[in-house]
Design a protein around this ligand. Sequence first.
Ligand SMILES: [Cu+2]
Length: 138
Amino acid sequence: MKILPLSVSPLAISTSMILNPASPSSHLAIASQKTATASSQKAKAPAAKALAAKAPATKQVTIDNFSFTPATLIVAVGTQVTWINHDDVPHTVKTTNHVFMSQALDTDQQYSYRFTKSGTYQYFCSLHPMMQAKVIVK
Ligand SMILES: [Cu+2]
């Protein structure tokens, strides 16, 4: 799984600045130190979990053989979803309710959208409207 840098997420930046005006990295360092002083051997596991929770959530949908996989993707609010076209023909990602639409994606090109509101987002390929899938944001 690709973890995108914090800088791509306005949400992550603003949250970090509220929590710690200095910098996100020094905040993470402080969190790690606190965990490290805990006596148990389990110290590393909670630290890793804390770091993962601060990373922006990302999910991927692959486009291959004229279909979106997974056809139904369930994500949390704030998740950035990236579609990657592995077909050798162009495809698009267009929501039925006009929330967003990608440009035509050539082979190996990708499109990302961050879901900031809960709901069900039906989408399709405007070039091949039989290609349909959805993202459910909770
Ligand atoms: Cu298509």
